[in-house]
Ligand binder design. Structure first.
Ligand code: CAA
Length: 396
Protein backbone atom coordinates (compact mmCIF):
# COMPACT_ATOMS: atom_id res chain seq x y z
CA UNK A 1 0.00 0.00 0.00
CA UNK A 2 1.31 3.43 -0.91
CA UNK A 3 2.35 5.44 2.13
CA UNK A 4 0.30 8.59 2.35
CA UNK A 5 2.25 11.83 2.46
CA UNK A 6 -0.46 13.80 4.25
CA UNK A 7 -1.18 11.33 7.09
CA UNK A 8 -3.09 13.14 9.81
CA UNK A 9 -1.82 13.61 13.38
CA UNK A 10 -2.98 10.88 15.78
CA UNK A 11 -5.48 13.07 17.53
CA UNK A 12 -9.18 12.36 17.66
CA UNK A 13 -10.31 15.75 18.93
CA UNK A 14 -12.87 17.18 16.50
CA UNK A 15 -11.48 20.09 14.51
CA UNK A 16 -13.66 23.00 13.43
CA UNK A 17 -13.92 21.29 10.02
CA UNK A 18 -15.17 18.07 11.65
CA UNK A 19 -17.73 20.00 13.73
CA UNK A 20 -19.03 21.79 10.64
CA UNK A 21 -19.24 18.57 8.68
CA UNK A 22 -20.97 16.75 11.53
CA UNK A 23 -23.62 19.44 11.86
CA UNK A 24 -24.21 19.57 8.12
CA UNK A 25 -24.41 15.77 7.77
CA UNK A 26 -26.69 15.38 10.80
CA UNK A 27 -29.08 18.07 9.51
CA UNK A 28 -29.08 16.60 6.02
CA UNK A 29 -29.61 13.02 7.24
CA UNK A 30 -32.53 13.95 9.49
CA UNK A 31 -34.09 16.36 6.99
CA UNK A 32 -33.70 14.47 3.70
CA UNK A 33 -33.10 10.80 4.51
CA UNK A 34 -34.91 9.90 7.74
CA UNK A 35 -38.36 10.94 6.41
CA UNK A 36 -38.08 8.69 3.32
CA UNK A 37 -36.28 5.73 4.93
CA UNK A 38 -39.40 3.65 5.68
CA UNK A 39 -40.79 4.25 2.18
CA UNK A 40 -37.58 3.08 0.48
CA UNK A 41 -37.38 0.12 2.85
CA UNK A 42 -40.89 -0.90 1.85
CA UNK A 43 -40.40 -0.45 -1.91
CA UNK A 44 -36.81 -1.69 -2.06
CA UNK A 45 -36.15 1.08 -4.58
CA UNK A 46 -32.60 2.49 -4.92
CA UNK A 47 -32.61 6.06 -3.48
CA UNK A 48 -30.83 7.68 -6.42
CA UNK A 49 -32.05 11.21 -5.63
CA UNK A 50 -30.68 11.30 -2.05
CA UNK A 51 -27.53 9.43 -3.14
CA UNK A 52 -26.87 12.25 -5.64
CA UNK A 53 -27.40 14.76 -2.81
CA UNK A 54 -24.80 12.91 -0.71
CA UNK A 55 -22.44 13.28 -3.67
CA UNK A 56 -23.08 17.02 -3.91
CA UNK A 57 -22.20 17.31 -0.20
CA UNK A 58 -18.85 15.58 -0.78
CA UNK A 59 -19.89 12.44 1.12
CA UNK A 60 -19.16 9.92 -1.65
CA UNK A 61 -15.38 10.40 -1.49
CA UNK A 62 -14.73 11.73 1.99
CA UNK A 63 -11.09 10.66 2.26
CA UNK A 64 -10.30 11.26 -1.40
CA UNK A 65 -8.07 14.32 -1.99
CA UNK A 66 -9.84 17.26 -3.61
CA UNK A 67 -7.68 16.95 -6.76
CA UNK A 68 -9.44 13.61 -7.45
CA UNK A 69 -12.92 14.98 -6.79
CA UNK A 70 -13.21 14.11 -3.09
CA UNK A 71 -13.67 16.05 0.14
CA UNK A 72 -10.03 15.61 1.26
CA UNK A 73 -10.95 14.74 4.84
CA UNK A 74 -9.85 11.91 7.15
CA UNK A 75 -11.07 8.62 8.64
CA UNK A 76 -12.67 10.38 11.61
CA UNK A 77 -14.78 12.48 9.23
CA UNK A 78 -15.75 9.30 7.40
CA UNK A 79 -16.76 7.56 10.64
CA UNK A 80 -18.78 10.54 11.91
CA UNK A 81 -20.60 10.65 8.56
CA UNK A 82 -21.31 6.92 8.54
CA UNK A 83 -22.81 7.07 12.04
CA UNK A 84 -25.11 9.99 11.18
CA UNK A 85 -26.27 8.56 7.84
CA UNK A 86 -26.82 5.08 9.37
CA UNK A 87 -28.88 6.63 12.17
CA UNK A 88 -31.22 8.02 9.53
CA UNK A 89 -31.13 5.00 7.22
CA UNK A 90 -28.76 2.03 7.05
CA UNK A 91 -29.30 1.50 3.30
CA UNK A 92 -27.92 4.94 2.47
CA UNK A 93 -24.90 4.27 4.68
CA UNK A 94 -24.21 0.99 2.86
CA UNK A 95 -24.16 2.76 -0.52
CA UNK A 96 -21.92 5.47 0.95
CA UNK A 97 -19.59 2.95 2.54
CA UNK A 98 -19.04 0.93 -0.64
CA UNK A 99 -18.35 4.07 -2.67
CA UNK A 100 -15.88 5.45 -0.11
CA UNK A 101 -14.16 2.49 1.47
CA UNK A 102 -14.33 -0.30 -1.06
CA UNK A 103 -14.23 1.54 -4.39
CA UNK A 104 -12.26 4.79 -3.91
CA UNK A 105 -9.70 3.55 -1.36
CA UNK A 106 -8.38 0.74 -3.52
CA UNK A 107 -7.71 3.02 -6.48
CA UNK A 108 -6.31 5.75 -4.25
CA UNK A 109 -3.85 3.39 -2.59
CA UNK A 110 -2.90 1.14 -5.50
CA UNK A 111 -3.73 3.09 -8.68
CA UNK A 112 -1.42 4.90 -11.07
CA UNK A 113 -1.82 8.67 -11.38
CA UNK A 114 -3.75 8.19 -14.65
CA UNK A 115 -6.08 5.61 -13.04
CA UNK A 116 -6.75 7.89 -10.08
CA UNK A 117 -7.67 10.77 -12.37
CA UNK A 118 -9.88 8.71 -14.64
CA UNK A 119 -11.51 6.28 -12.19
CA UNK A 120 -11.86 8.08 -8.86
CA UNK A 121 -13.20 11.55 -9.74
CA UNK A 122 -16.62 10.64 -11.18
CA UNK A 123 -17.36 8.30 -8.27
CA UNK A 124 -15.90 10.43 -5.45
CA UNK A 125 -17.91 13.40 -6.69
CA UNK A 126 -21.08 11.31 -6.67
CA UNK A 127 -21.84 11.71 -10.39
CA UNK A 128 -21.40 7.96 -10.80
CA UNK A 129 -21.84 4.97 -8.49
CA UNK A 130 -18.96 2.66 -7.59
CA UNK A 131 -18.96 -0.98 -6.46
CA UNK A 132 -16.55 -3.71 -5.27
CA UNK A 133 -16.84 -7.29 -6.42
CA UNK A 134 -15.02 -10.08 -4.60
CA UNK A 135 -17.66 -12.68 -3.69
CA UNK A 136 -18.82 -15.49 -5.98
CA UNK A 137 -21.64 -18.00 -5.63
CA UNK A 138 -19.17 -20.63 -4.33
CA UNK A 139 -16.68 -18.33 -2.56
CA UNK A 140 -17.80 -15.98 0.17
CA UNK A 141 -15.75 -16.32 3.36
CA UNK A 142 -13.11 -18.30 1.44
CA UNK A 143 -12.54 -15.31 -0.78
CA UNK A 144 -9.38 -16.62 -2.44
CA UNK A 145 -11.12 -19.63 -3.93
CA UNK A 146 -12.79 -18.03 -6.95
CA UNK A 147 -13.97 -19.58 -10.23
CA UNK A 148 -14.13 -16.50 -12.49
CA UNK A 149 -11.23 -16.08 -14.90
CA UNK A 150 -9.35 -13.38 -16.82
CA UNK A 151 -7.10 -14.51 -19.68
CA UNK A 152 -4.71 -12.27 -21.60
CA UNK A 153 -5.59 -12.17 -25.31
CA UNK A 154 -3.12 -13.03 -28.06
CA UNK A 155 -2.24 -9.40 -28.76
CA UNK A 156 -1.47 -8.82 -25.08
CA UNK A 157 -3.74 -5.75 -25.13
CA UNK A 158 -6.79 -6.98 -23.20
CA UNK A 159 -7.87 -9.51 -20.60
CA UNK A 160 -10.91 -11.58 -21.54
CA UNK A 161 -13.03 -11.93 -18.41
CA UNK A 162 -15.61 -14.67 -17.87
CA UNK A 163 -17.61 -15.68 -14.82
CA UNK A 164 -20.25 -14.78 -12.32
CA UNK A 165 -19.86 -12.67 -9.18
CA UNK A 166 -22.51 -12.43 -6.47
CA UNK A 167 -23.72 -10.20 -3.66
CA UNK A 168 -22.31 -7.07 -5.28
CA UNK A 169 -23.59 -4.06 -3.34
CA UNK A 170 -24.85 -1.22 -5.59
CA UNK A 171 -24.24 -3.35 -8.71
CA UNK A 172 -27.66 -2.67 -10.28
CA UNK A 173 -26.70 1.02 -10.49
CA UNK A 174 -22.90 0.89 -10.55
CA UNK A 175 -21.13 2.65 -13.40
CA UNK A 176 -17.71 1.40 -12.32
CA UNK A 177 -16.58 -1.64 -10.37
CA UNK A 178 -13.32 -2.86 -8.84
CA UNK A 179 -13.35 -6.53 -9.73
CA UNK A 180 -11.24 -9.37 -8.33
CA UNK A 181 -10.76 -12.39 -10.55
CA UNK A 182 -8.26 -15.17 -11.26
CA UNK A 183 -5.49 -14.67 -13.81
CA UNK A 184 -3.45 -17.69 -12.63
CA UNK A 185 -5.63 -20.25 -10.83
CA UNK A 186 -2.68 -22.57 -10.03
CA UNK A 187 -1.20 -19.83 -7.85
CA UNK A 188 -4.34 -19.71 -5.67
CA UNK A 189 -4.76 -16.33 -3.89
CA UNK A 190 -1.52 -15.08 -5.48
CA UNK A 191 -3.13 -15.61 -8.89
CA UNK A 192 -5.90 -13.06 -8.24
CA UNK A 193 -5.78 -9.74 -10.09
CA UNK A 194 -7.86 -6.60 -9.61
CA UNK A 195 -9.47 -4.96 -12.68
CA UNK A 196 -11.22 -1.64 -13.15
CA UNK A 197 -14.50 -2.33 -14.89
CA UNK A 198 -16.64 0.04 -16.93
CA UNK A 199 -20.15 -1.43 -16.74
CA UNK A 200 -21.26 0.24 -19.99
CA UNK A 201 -18.99 -2.06 -22.04
CA UNK A 202 -20.20 -5.15 -23.92
CA UNK A 203 -19.82 -8.46 -22.11
CA UNK A 204 -21.02 -7.06 -18.80
CA UNK A 205 -24.53 -7.75 -17.50
CA UNK A 206 -26.41 -7.91 -14.22
CA UNK A 207 -28.33 -10.79 -12.70
CA UNK A 208 -31.43 -10.50 -10.57
CA UNK A 209 -31.51 -8.03 -7.71
CA UNK A 210 -31.51 -9.90 -4.38
CA UNK A 211 -34.67 -9.59 -2.26
CA UNK A 212 -33.27 -8.93 1.22
CA UNK A 213 -34.32 -8.98 4.89
CA UNK A 214 -32.81 -5.55 5.59
CA UNK A 215 -30.94 -2.64 3.97
CA UNK A 216 -33.58 -3.15 1.30
CA UNK A 217 -32.93 0.14 -0.53
CA UNK A 218 -29.29 -0.78 -1.07
CA UNK A 219 -29.51 -2.73 -4.31
CA UNK A 220 -27.48 -5.94 -4.49
CA UNK A 221 -27.14 -8.24 -7.48
CA UNK A 222 -25.05 -10.76 -9.34
CA UNK A 223 -22.87 -9.51 -12.18
CA UNK A 224 -21.98 -11.60 -15.19
CA UNK A 225 -18.92 -11.39 -17.44
CA UNK A 226 -19.24 -12.98 -20.86
CA UNK A 227 -16.04 -12.42 -22.86
CA UNK A 228 -15.72 -8.92 -21.40
CA UNK A 229 -12.62 -7.22 -22.85
CA UNK A 230 -10.69 -5.29 -20.22
CA UNK A 231 -7.69 -3.20 -21.39
CA UNK A 232 -4.40 -4.13 -19.68
CA UNK A 233 -4.19 -0.51 -18.53
CA UNK A 234 -7.14 -1.26 -16.25
CA UNK A 235 -5.20 -3.72 -14.08
CA UNK A 236 -4.99 -2.19 -10.60
CA UNK A 237 -1.79 -2.58 -8.60
CA UNK A 238 -0.15 -5.26 -10.78
CA UNK A 239 -1.01 -8.78 -11.93
CA UNK A 240 -1.37 -11.18 -8.97
CA UNK A 241 -1.78 -8.40 -6.41
CA UNK A 242 -5.57 -8.66 -6.25
CA UNK A 243 -5.97 -10.60 -3.00
CA UNK A 244 -3.74 -8.21 -1.05
CA UNK A 245 -5.64 -5.24 -2.48
CA UNK A 246 -8.99 -6.86 -1.59
CA UNK A 247 -7.87 -7.53 2.00
CA UNK A 248 -6.25 -4.11 2.49
CA UNK A 249 -9.40 -2.39 1.28
CA UNK A 250 -11.60 -4.59 3.48
CA UNK A 251 -9.65 -3.52 6.57
CA UNK A 252 -10.79 0.05 5.87
CA UNK A 253 -14.28 -1.10 4.91
CA UNK A 254 -14.70 -2.88 8.24
CA UNK A 255 -14.26 0.42 10.11
CA UNK A 256 -17.14 1.77 8.03
CA UNK A 257 -19.35 -1.21 8.85
CA UNK A 258 -18.51 -0.84 12.55
CA UNK A 259 -19.60 2.81 12.31
CA UNK A 260 -22.75 1.83 10.43
CA UNK A 261 -23.62 -0.71 13.15
CA UNK A 262 -23.01 1.94 15.80
CA UNK A 263 -25.30 4.39 13.99
CA UNK A 264 -28.13 1.86 13.76
CA UNK A 265 -27.65 0.99 17.45
CA UNK A 266 -27.71 4.66 18.46
CA UNK A 267 -30.94 5.26 16.56
CA UNK A 268 -32.61 2.30 18.31
CA UNK A 269 -31.21 3.30 21.70
CA UNK A 270 -32.40 6.90 21.43
CA UNK A 271 -35.90 5.73 20.46
CA UNK A 272 -35.90 3.36 23.46
CA UNK A 273 -34.88 6.18 25.83
CA UNK A 274 -37.79 8.34 24.67
CA UNK A 275 -40.22 5.44 24.97
CA UNK A 276 -38.95 4.42 28.43
CA UNK A 277 -39.55 7.96 29.67
CA UNK A 278 -43.00 8.39 28.11
CA UNK A 279 -44.67 4.99 28.21
CA UNK A 280 -46.44 4.27 31.48
CA UNK A 281 -47.30 0.88 32.97
CA UNK A 282 -48.54 0.03 36.45
CA UNK A 283 -48.88 3.76 37.14
CA UNK A 284 -45.31 4.86 36.31
CA UNK A 285 -43.02 5.36 33.29
CA UNK A 286 -41.50 2.01 32.35
CA UNK A 287 -38.01 3.59 32.67
CA UNK A 288 -38.57 3.71 36.44
CA UNK A 289 -38.44 -0.09 36.61
CA UNK A 290 -35.14 -1.82 37.17
CA UNK A 291 -35.66 -4.37 34.39
CA UNK A 292 -35.84 -1.56 31.82
CA UNK A 293 -33.00 0.32 33.53
CA UNK A 294 -30.77 -2.72 33.20
CA UNK A 295 -31.44 -2.84 29.46
CA UNK A 296 -30.72 0.90 29.11
CA UNK A 297 -27.45 0.59 31.04
CA UNK A 298 -26.27 -2.42 29.02
CA UNK A 299 -27.25 -0.84 25.69
CA UNK A 300 -25.43 2.41 26.47
CA UNK A 301 -22.32 0.59 27.72
CA UNK A 302 -22.07 -1.51 24.56
CA UNK A 303 -22.54 1.54 22.32
CA UNK A 304 -19.75 3.45 24.08
CA UNK A 305 -17.44 0.42 24.15
CA UNK A 306 -18.00 0.07 20.40
CA UNK A 307 -17.22 3.74 19.85
CA UNK A 308 -13.97 3.36 21.81
CA UNK A 309 -12.94 0.41 19.62
CA UNK A 310 -13.73 2.37 16.46
CA UNK A 311 -11.68 5.33 17.70
CA UNK A 312 -8.77 3.02 18.54
CA UNK A 313 -8.99 1.66 14.99
CA UNK A 314 -9.02 5.15 13.46
CA UNK A 315 -5.75 5.89 15.26
CA UNK A 316 -4.29 2.56 14.11
CA UNK A 317 -5.36 3.25 10.52
CA UNK A 318 -3.93 6.78 10.40
CA UNK A 319 -0.68 5.40 11.82
CA UNK A 320 -0.65 2.60 9.22
CA UNK A 321 -1.24 5.08 6.40
CA UNK A 322 1.83 6.99 7.56
CA UNK A 323 4.07 3.96 8.08
CA UNK A 324 2.80 1.39 5.56
CA UNK A 325 1.77 -0.93 8.44
CA UNK A 326 -1.53 -2.72 9.05
CA UNK A 327 -4.50 -2.36 11.38
CA UNK A 328 -6.24 -5.63 10.52
CA UNK A 329 -6.82 -6.84 14.09
CA UNK A 330 -8.19 -3.50 15.27
CA UNK A 331 -10.57 -3.25 12.29
CA UNK A 332 -11.83 -6.80 12.80
CA UNK A 333 -12.37 -6.20 16.54
CA UNK A 334 -14.31 -2.99 15.89
CA UNK A 335 -16.47 -4.61 13.21
CA UNK A 336 -17.09 -7.74 15.32
CA UNK A 337 -17.97 -5.88 18.50
CA UNK A 338 -20.09 -3.12 16.95
CA UNK A 339 -22.11 -5.49 14.77
CA UNK A 340 -22.85 -7.73 17.74
CA UNK A 341 -23.64 -4.69 19.90
CA UNK A 342 -26.06 -3.50 17.22
CA UNK A 343 -27.82 -6.88 17.30
CA UNK A 344 -28.16 -6.65 21.08
CA UNK A 345 -29.22 -2.99 21.17
CA UNK A 346 -31.80 -3.20 18.36
CA UNK A 347 -33.28 -6.34 19.93
CA UNK A 348 -33.56 -4.78 23.40
CA UNK A 349 -34.86 -1.48 22.02
CA UNK A 350 -37.58 -3.38 20.17
CA UNK A 351 -38.35 -5.32 23.38
CA UNK A 352 -38.72 -2.09 25.37
CA UNK A 353 -41.29 -0.93 22.80
CA UNK A 354 -43.25 -4.18 23.17
CA UNK A 355 -45.89 -4.65 20.46
CA UNK A 356 -45.18 -1.18 19.06
CA UNK A 357 -41.59 -2.26 18.40
CA UNK A 358 -42.88 -5.13 16.28
CA UNK A 359 -45.11 -2.83 14.25
CA UNK A 360 -44.08 -1.22 10.97
CA UNK A 361 -45.54 2.02 12.30
CA UNK A 362 -42.29 2.52 14.20
CA UNK A 363 -38.72 2.18 12.87
CA UNK A 364 -37.61 -0.37 15.49
CA UNK A 365 -38.30 -3.44 13.38
CA UNK A 366 -36.35 -1.82 10.50
CA UNK A 367 -33.36 -1.14 12.75
CA UNK A 368 -33.53 -4.77 13.92
CA UNK A 369 -33.57 -6.11 10.33
CA UNK A 370 -30.95 -3.64 9.06
CA UNK A 371 -28.52 -4.46 11.88
CA UNK A 372 -28.49 -8.15 10.92
CA UNK A 373 -26.35 -7.76 7.81
CA UNK A 374 -23.50 -6.09 9.72
CA UNK A 375 -22.63 -9.53 11.20
CA UNK A 376 -22.41 -10.98 7.68
CA UNK A 377 -21.02 -8.63 5.04
CA UNK A 378 -17.41 -7.49 4.72
CA UNK A 379 -16.54 -10.68 6.62
CA UNK A 380 -18.85 -12.60 8.95
CA UNK A 381 -18.41 -12.49 12.74
CA UNK A 382 -16.83 -15.93 12.43
CA UNK A 383 -14.23 -14.61 9.94
CA UNK A 384 -13.48 -11.59 12.18
CA UNK A 385 -12.86 -13.95 15.13
CA UNK A 386 -10.64 -16.10 12.92
CA UNK A 387 -8.63 -13.05 11.76
CA UNK A 388 -8.21 -11.71 15.32
CA UNK A 389 -7.22 -15.08 16.79
CA UNK A 390 -4.81 -15.95 13.94
CA UNK A 391 -3.07 -12.60 14.30
CA UNK A 392 -2.89 -12.89 18.09
CA UNK A 393 -1.51 -16.43 17.88
CA UNK A 394 0.89 -15.56 15.07
CA UNK A 395 -0.76 -18.17 12.82
CA UNK A 396 -1.58 -18.02 9.13
N1 CAA B 1 -4.07 -6.92 4.50
C1 CAA B 1 -3.08 -7.21 3.62
N2 CAA B 1 -2.77 -8.49 3.26
C2 CAA B 1 -3.49 -9.49 3.83
C3 CAA B 1 -4.51 -9.24 4.74
C4 CAA B 1 -4.81 -7.89 5.09
N3 CAA B 1 -5.78 -7.59 5.94
N4 CAA B 1 -5.06 -10.42 5.14
C5 CAA B 1 -4.37 -11.38 4.50
N5 CAA B 1 -3.43 -10.81 3.72
C6 CAA B 1 -2.46 -11.49 2.86
C7 CAA B 1 -1.58 -12.43 3.71
O1 CAA B 1 -0.47 -11.75 4.23
C8 CAA B 1 -1.18 -13.48 2.68
O2 CAA B 1 -0.13 -12.95 1.89
P1 CAA B 1 0.96 -13.85 1.13
O3 CAA B 1 0.37 -14.23 -0.16
O4 CAA B 1 2.13 -12.94 0.94
O5 CAA B 1 1.27 -15.03 1.97
C9 CAA B 1 -2.42 -13.57 1.81
O6 CAA B 1 -3.15 -12.34 1.97
C10 CAA B 1 -3.31 -14.73 2.18
O7 CAA B 1 -3.70 -14.60 3.53
P2 CAA B 1 -4.31 -15.82 4.34
O8 CAA B 1 -3.41 -17.01 4.23
O9 CAA B 1 -4.63 -15.34 5.72
O10 CAA B 1 -5.64 -16.12 3.50
P3 CAA B 1 -6.82 -17.11 3.82
O11 CAA B 1 -7.35 -17.53 2.51
O12 CAA B 1 -6.44 -18.15 4.80
O13 CAA B 1 -7.89 -16.23 4.63
C11 CAA B 1 -9.42 -14.47 5.06
C12 CAA B 1 -8.12 -14.94 4.41
C13 CAA B 1 -9.05 -13.50 6.16
C14 CAA B 1 -10.30 -15.53 5.63
C15 CAA B 1 -10.12 -13.76 3.89
O14 CAA B 1 -10.44 -14.70 2.88
C16 CAA B 1 -11.35 -12.99 4.30
O15 CAA B 1 -11.25 -11.90 4.83
N6 CAA B 1 -12.55 -13.56 4.01
C17 CAA B 1 -13.78 -12.82 4.13
C18 CAA B 1 -14.07 -12.13 2.84
C19 CAA B 1 -14.99 -10.97 2.99
O16 CAA B 1 -14.90 -10.18 3.91
N7 CAA B 1 -15.89 -10.84 2.02
C20 CAA B 1 -16.78 -9.74 1.96
C21 CAA B 1 -16.80 -9.17 0.57
S1 CAA B 1 -17.37 -7.53 0.38
C22 CAA B 1 -18.98 -7.56 0.80
O17 CAA B 1 -19.31 -7.97 1.85
C23 CAA B 1 -20.03 -7.07 -0.11
C24 CAA B 1 -20.21 -5.63 -0.17
O18 CAA B 1 -20.26 -5.12 -1.26
C25 CAA B 1 -20.43 -4.80 1.04
Amino acid sequence: MAVREDARPLNLALTEEHEMMLTAVRDFAQREIAPVAAEYDESGEFPLETVRMMGEMGLMGIEVPEKYGGAGMDTLAHVLTMIEIAKADASHSTILSVNNSLYCNGILWFGTEAQKREWISPVASGEEVGAYSLTEPMSGSDAGNMASRAVLNGAGSHYVINGRKSWVTSAPFADRIVLFTMTAAEEKHRGITCFLIDTSQPGFSRGKTEPKLGIRASATSEIIFDNYLCPVDNVLGGVGQGFKIAMTVLDAGRIGIAAQALGIAEAAYEAALVYAREREAFGAPIGSYQMIQQKIADMKTRIEAGRALIYQTIIAKERALATGGRYTTEASMAKLFCSEAAAYVTDEALQIHGGMGYSKEMPLERYYRDARITRIYEGTSEIQRMVIARNELGLR
